[in-house]
Design a protein around this ligand. Structure first.
Ligand SMILES: NC(=O)c1ccc[n+]([C@@H]2O[C@H](COP(=O)([O-])OP(=O)(O)OC[C@H]3O[C@@H](n4cnc5c(N)ncnc54)[C@H](O)[C@@H]3O)[C@@H](O)[C@H]2O)c1
Length: 316
């Protein structure tokens, strides 16, 4: 069968696909080119940039499976795929450590002003008194979304001497306590945490979850981190809260529009910004490419697909 790989995929996964099927790697396609390219393929592989929307799914009349090399399928119209009888799979496990480690990097980077320290030292300046930071030890970390990545961050933060509180409406208090954190409502967490880190999917219920009102409830001088999805924080409201000094610093890996041509956060010196690097480690790329390739091979062979996110039903 024929597989279209529309975004870069780790070589280990690519080789698995090539061993069993005809694989075309075509990256950087325009929406029109993508619609033309999916017309005669059985499987499509994307990461987070290519939009597999209803028009792409309608054009892919032979499609049996769409694979997302990573976690979160917000760039795939899963409902349209389900109606068209197309299985959608993702690779939710391979990125966890990479995203958790980037979160720790941003937490430390914001706490110790690493971006400004680096920039000024490169310029030949010696800015010591202006760059006094804070310690994480003894601070409270509020984890919003206590799933795979949220829990991996919690474990690492505990090693730094932080107390972990968590909010996750899908989990019971006993489950959160059992995983070593104190369960709180979102409002309680906003009021208690010194550092807040978001690890939630982008859903209608989580869009702009952290808006101006939520930011106002956060402790003065607190820090916020987002390595989950752009759109869960209102970027303009965050820029305003940083500008006023109410929020001392932010570590932001994901943006409402990517790449962000402009963002109110660009002008804020206390925003430490990275270009969606959460999954960008050699190890994660390898794990994810293998995980998604195996799912695609299962789907094309008609075997059970453990990491499918839908149960496709073709009408008629
Ligand atoms: N920046 C990156 O490169 C990168 C890399 C990997 C994952 N991600 C993103 O990180 C996020 C988390 O990934 P994960 O693997 O931990 O997912 P996960 O499904 O294991 O965990 C997400 C958790 O969020 C919870 N949740 C849902 N709605 C919530 C709400 N309103 N408030 C609080 N909690 C809520 C769920 O119950 C779940 O426990 C996803 O959005 C994913 O796309 C980003």
């Amino acid at each position: 069968m024929k597989i279209l790989v529309a975004e870069p995929l780790g070589k280990e996964g690519l080789e698995r696909l090539q061993a069993e099927h005809e694989v075309e790697v075509k990256t950087g396609l325009s929406p029109e080119e993508l619609r033309a390219a999916v017309a005669d393929v059985d499987a499509l592989v994307v990461r987070s940039q290519v939009q597999a929307d209803a028009s792409v799914i309608a054009a892919g009349t032979r499609l049996k499976v769409i694979g997302r090399a990573g976690v979160g399928v917000d760039n795939i119209d899963v409902d349209a795929a389900t109606r068209a009888g197309i299985t959608v799979v993702n690779a939710p496990n391979g990125n966890t450590l990479a995203a958790a480690e980037l979160t720790m990097a941003l937490m430390l980077g914001v706490a110790r002003h690493l971006a400004q320290a680096d920039e000024t030292t490169h310029r030949g300046e010696w800015q010591r008194s202006r760059l006094v930071g804070i310690e994480l030890n003894g601070r409270t970390l509020g984890v919003v979304g206590f799933g795979r990545i949220g829990r991996a961050v919690a474990t690492r933060a505990e090693a730094f001497g932080m107390k972990v509180v968590a909010h996750d409406p899908v989990l019971t208090s006993a489950q959160i306590e059992g995983m070593g954190a104190e369960p709180l409502t979102l409002d309680e967490l906003l009021a208690r945490a010194d550092v807040i880190t978001l690890h939630i999917p982008l859903l209608p219920s989580t869009r702009n979850l952290i808006n101006a009102e939520a930011l106002a409830r956060m402790k003065p001088g607190s820090i916020i981190l987002n390595v989950s999805r752009g759109g869960v924080i209102d970027e303009a409201a965050l820029a305003q809260a940083l500008h006023s000094g109410h929020i001392a610093g932010a570590g932001i890996d994901v943006f409402e529009r990517e790449p962000p041509k402009e963002s109110p956060l660009f002008a804020e010196p206390h925003a430490l910004l990275t270009p969606h690097l959460g999954a960008s480690t050699a190890e994660a790329q390898k794990r994810v490419s293998i995980e998604v390739a195996d799912q695609i091979l299962d789907a094309l062979a008609g075997r059970p697909v453990p990491l499918a996110v839908n149960a496709p039903r073709k009408a008629g």
